[in-house]
Ligand binder design. Structure first.
Ligand code: MLT
Length: 310
């Protein structure tokens, strides 16, 4: 069987796939969309991260493809409906980068509170601006988590370690369960009104796109900090810009953008915005975890028909 790995996958995952005698594994991370469309007909499995866009035309050209496997969580780069229509299984690896992404969120939260990126830049340009970069303690502040799934839960746990009060809104998870995590389950409106920090941890769907928009910002506490290490577009970028300019939002930490890499994004002109280039899942540990998990899942499916995380 032929496997195409079209995005950078940690070596441990590639080696695992290569260890199967029946598999012919090709790693090619430089294919254009058109090239992928041309070659996809030869493959039984396609292993991706976020760079490859598996659109309907790719799926239509795939004559023997049985599985599209994403090393990572988000499946927004795969046309799942088209794959399903063609009987192709789409799987992800939802566990391997959870801790890493939660840790990135906490790093962003602290960096935002203490102006670390801005102060580093200032220091490196020869300045010593102690007054300008006075920050805020996170102790005893309220962190509002939107989406208390796998990542949100770990963020909550780490934030509690910092002695923050954690509240969460999640329409899909029962309040009893949330409360058992030591987190107070609240309504969306309550979260907006009470949080000193708001961090989103949902996928991007019709329901979550523009969830934090002008109307939501208007209900927030003045001086709130906003963190998005989930998906670009959950926080409306223009409305966030306006909310920062009007003083409702004191600062934002963004790892994700509606357009990646961002192009002429006005948010990136604001000193109160700190950012990283979608690094949430980028640690050695997480990349190895998801690569090994994706390889295991592809092997299990192609050799035994076992479907996991589809
Ligand atoms: C994920 O969905 O797994 C993360 O956002 C990381 C990524 O897209 O590479």
């Amino acid at each position: 069987m032929k496997i195409l790995v079209s995005d950078n996958l940690a070596e441990a995952g590639v080696e695992k796939l290569q260890s199967i005698p029946d598999f012919e594994v090709e790693v090619n991370t430089s294919l254009t969309h058109e090239e992928l469309r041309q070659v996809i007909k030869e493959y039984d499995a396609l292993v991706i991260r976020s760079a490859t866009k598996v659109t309907a035309d790719i799926i239509e050209a795939a004559e023997r493809l049985k599985v599209i496997a994403r090393a990572g969580i988000g499946l927004d780069n795969v046309d799942i409906a088209a794959a399903t229509k063609h009987g192709i299984v789409v799987m992800n690896t939802p566990e391997g980068n959870v801790i890493t992404t939660a840790e990135h969120t906490i790093a962003m939260l602290l960096a935002l509170s203490r102006n670390i990126p801005q102060a580093t830049y200032s220091l490196k340009s020869g300045k010593w601006e102690k007054k300008r970069f006075r920050g805020k303690e996170v102790f005893n502040k309220t962190l509002g988590i939107i989406g208390i799934g796998r990542i949100g839960r770990v963020v909550a746990d780490r934030a509690k370690g910092l002695k923050m009060n954690v509240i969460a809104y999640d329409p899909y998870i029962g309040s009893d369960y949330v409360n058992k995590l030591g987190v107070e389950a609240v309504t969306f409106d309550e979260l907006l009104q009470r949080a000193d920090y708001i961090s989103v941890h949902t996928p991007i769907t019709q329901e979550t796109r523009n969830l934090l928009n002008a109307e939501a910002f208007a209900r927030m506490k003045r001086g709130v900090f906003v963190i998005n290490c989930a998906r670009g577009g959950i926080v409306n970028e223009q409305d966030l810009y306006d909310a920062i300019q009007s003083g409702i939002v004191a600062g934002a930490a963004l790892d994700v953008f509606t357009q990646e890499p961002p192009k002429d994004n006005p948010l990136l002109t604001l000193e109160k915005v700190i950012g990283t280039p979608h690094l949430g899942a980028s640690t050695d540990e997480a990349q190895e975890n998801v690569a090994v998990a994706v390889a295991d899942q592809v092997i299990d499916y192609l050799l035994n028909g076992t479907i996991r995380n589809a």
